[in-house]
Design a protein around this ligand. Structure first.
Ligand SMILES: Cc1ncc(COP(=O)(O)O)c(C=O)c1O
Length: 408
């Protein structure tokens, strides 16, 4: 039992956990890919469709006004959680990938110029590489990469040396989805501010595990996906600093983003609406806010401590298995562990664990360049959420040892 939170009560709120997979109780260790949803979130979505469903922002009828109120309340709830100064700085998107693509396309239209350079890190998810690579290919631009240091954190000394007069953006993951290592954003910012370079933080793996205070973090762009934070798929956020809220050009346009339109000219709306073209995922936003209420009730710091305890416990158990190689040795980690079994393919280990009802992720985790740096094909990744327990880890370790015996 965790010292800080009551996992027994928490687990009761997740109906999906109460099932057997291959005749064993489900152990869900694939939270980095997506988390399970508590009943309050599931109910908030079905309640919306049962009682309130209508399109937002343009209706005078009662249901439309009610739906608009719930949608905008969701924006406020999420704004408060991330301590964003003005709720208009929070733009609903389809998720992290969508947010990064939006920023890339917008910056390409009136900020980035041919030959410019963008700095990424060695452990970026493909979603924070491809949009920049596409721009670079089309504009003779260049991507520079912060290398890994010995302990598989980033080499911050090497980072500063990558800066040139052409550097126009630094885009880094807050937490590596493969290694669990936490990026030192303060170190990144110190260099970025000195050279007046904007910073984009991919918070897909930090928002589920850590308290994020966006006024303190004080970066230009922050993005994350709701489905990794106990909320539904298909929704996420793009945070813009006050400067970019005013200066970022729009990349998606259409209904909802405007003040007035003639065939000659369009005057765009101000604030978040300028970026939210078309009918948004209204129920998704409501579910996202409900998930935020769920975590705020437990307390993000408690979640962090609980998961940290699980990570420490698992690493300690894994380190006693001679066939196991662990990656991401830093102490400064959040919720994720990657490892391999010597002379065994990660898929085989994952498939055997599944026979015992244990869901882990295997492969490159959408970080193929990181795999190349580490000179491996893939890893076995376990990633925790608030409902995971030490007894699940004990069962996993027992079955991992058994699987290793079968494979070697
Ligand atoms: C660090 C990181 N960035 C981006 C993404 C992409 O998120 P999504 O598929 O929700 O857009 C992920 C998903 O695993 C991730 O872990």
């Amino acid at each position: 039992m965790s010292k800080v939170i009551n996992t027994e009560n928490i687990r009761k709120q997740f109906p999906i956990l109460n099932q057997k997979i291959n005749n064993y109780p489900l152990i869900y260790f694939d939270n980095g890919a997506t988390t399970q949803k508590p009943l309050s979130v599931i109910n908030s979505i079905s309640d919306f469709y049962k009682n309130t469903n209508a399109n937002i922002h343009r209706g005078v009828h009662t249901l439309s006004r009610k739906a608009t109120e719930e949608f905008e309340l969701a924006r406020k709830t999420i704004t408060n959680h991330f301590n964003i100064k003005n709720d208009q700085q929070l733009i609903f998107t389809a998720g992290t990938t969508d947010s990064i693509n939006m920023v890339a396309q917008s910056l390409a239209s009136n900020y980035l110029q041919a030959g410019d350079e963008i700095i990424l890190s060695a452990y970026e998810h493909h979603s924070n590489i491809l949009p920049w690579q596409l721009w670079a290919e089309q504009n003779n631009g260049k991507l520079k990469v912060i290398p890994l240091a010995e302990n598989e954190t980033l080499d911050y000394a090497a980072f500063e040396k990558l800066i040139s007069e052409k550097t126009k953006l630094i885009a880094v993951a807050h937490v590596s989805n493969t290694l669990g290592v936490i990026t030192d954003i303060e170190k990144i910012k110190a260099v970025a501010q000195k050279h007046k370079i904007p910073v984009l933080v991919d918070g897909a793996q930090s928002a589920p595990h850590m308290q994020i205070d966006l006024q303190k973090l004080n970066v230009d762009f922050f993005v994350c996906s709701a489905h990794k934070i106990y909320a539904p798929t298909g929704i996420g956020l793009l945070y813009l600093s006050e400067k970019w809220l005013n200066e970022l050009s729009v990349s998606k346009v259409g209904g909802g983003t405007i003040k007035t339109v003639t065939f000659e000219k369009t005057e765009y709306a101000e604030g978040a609406l300028r970026f939210e073209a078309g009918t948004p995922d209204i129920a998704g936003a409501i579910g996202f806010a409900e998930a935020i209420r769920f975590i705020d009730e437990i307390g993000m710091q408690n979640i962090f401590e609980h998961e940290h305890e699980l990570v420490q416990y698992t690493q300690q158990q894994l380190s006693q298995i001679p066939e196991v190689i662990m990656y991401g040795k830093s102490e400064h980690k959040a919720g994720v562990i990657s490892f391999n079994v010597k002379n065994a393919h990660p898929f085989d280990v994952g498939t055997l664990l599944d026979k015992y009802g244990i869901a882990v992720r295997t492969g490159h985790h959408c970080t193929q360049p990181l795999m190349q740096c580490l000179n491996i094909q893939g890893t076995i990744r376990i990633s925790f959420a608030v409902y995971n327990t030490k007894s699940e880890i004990d069962f996993f370790i027992e079955k991992l040892k058994k699987s290793i015996k079968m494979l070697l």
